[in-house]
Design a protein around this ligand. Structure first.
Ligand SMILES: [Cu+2]
Length: 296
């Protein structure tokens, strides 16, 4: 089962070593008067295929697919940062996903952080935010309909055919998030959530069913947007649930990504712990710069 998603654990290795530049701008802006225009990650189950967010995502995918694999902003390169089957020695940051480790939630949050910025740039929609696929027992068990249209950039034939026709749906028993949510220890919950997460991968199948190909499927990012949301929902339950801030290794281990300009950046978990505020800080910055660009 090497390279196949299972319900629990996936392989992981260190990413390729490389020299990188440090982030040059702060990630936290704090409150702003313009934060009244919040940037929100929305539920894809409440969107139809003509939703501007999905149209913009399609536009970005198309633009990224047109770039060569060696360009960090290309669809193939971004997917390869998770893991890849592309031939040749891995390029910077390829094959770096964390599964079966304490860094599962945090690494994937960093990955989405930069992916979201790249999509904004590629679709030229500064207020774009990644939707989430709210899979959980009793919610959205079918693959979201806009991802099942063969004419769309959101579609790939490389899935379980029944999921692609809409005839198939996720097995509620396999995607039970209850055990992860009821546990109050971060590292245990971070481990347990990988079970239902892996089941979604397996049941969507095709590219999604295998670590080296999973991130080529456009639904991957909405799936992980939901996993990311689950981290916040887990914390919001309280009862002693906290991020492991006393664990220096967990907080400070650095990973390499690329920003929206294709420049290497390093990031660690302690930089992405205020997800909602960071999304809104971004919105404020964008709104301000948009206002400055308006002709009158
Ligand atoms: Cu995953």
């Amino acid at each position: 089962m090497k390279n196949q998603f299972t319900r629990r654990q996936f392989l992981a290795t260190a990413g390729a070593a490389a020299s990188v530049t440090l982030l040059s701008e702060p990630l936290f802006d704090g409150a702003s008067a313009l934060a009244a225009v919040p940037l929100v990650r929305r539920d894809v189950g409440r969107m139809d295929a003509s939703d501007p967010i999905l149209l913009a995502y399609r536009k970005a995918i198309k633009a990224m697919q047109a770039l060569p694999n060696t360009n960090p902003l290309s669809w193939a390169y971004q997917a390869a940062i998770h893991w890849t089957t592309l031939p040749g020695p891995p390029l910077t940051a390829w094959d770096s996903c964390e599964h079966g480790t304490p860094f599962f939630w945090s690494w994937h949050r960093m990955y989405l952080y930069w992916f979201e910025r790249i999509i904004r740039k590629m679709c030229k929609e500064p207020c774009w935010a990644l939707p989430y696929w709210d899979w959980a027992p009793g919610t959205e068990l079918q693959l979201p309909a806009p991802f099942r249209d063969p004419a769309s950039e959101l579609y790939t034939v490389n899935r379980n055919p029944a999921m692609n026709t809409g005839a198939g749906s996720l097995n509620p028993l396999a995607i039970d998030i209850g055990p992860a949510f009821s546990n109050t220890n971060f590292l245990t919950a971070n481990s347990l959530i990988q079970g239902p997460h892996g089941s979604v991968h397996v049941e969507v199948g095709g590219w999604m069913g295998s670590v080296p190909t999973a991130a080529q499927d456009p639904i991957f990012y909405l799936h992980h947007s939901n996993v990311d949301r689950q981290w916040n929902l887990w914390l919001a339950q309280g009862g002693g649930r906290t991020d492991p801030l006393t664990n220096a290794t967990w907080k400070n281990k650095q990973y390499t990504f690329f920003d929206q300009n294709g420049a290497q950046v390093k990031m660690s978990a302690c930089q992405i712990l205020r997800a909602a505020q960071q999304l809104n800080a971004e919105s404020s910055r964008r709104a301000q710069s948009r206002a400055r660009q308006l002709p009158d």
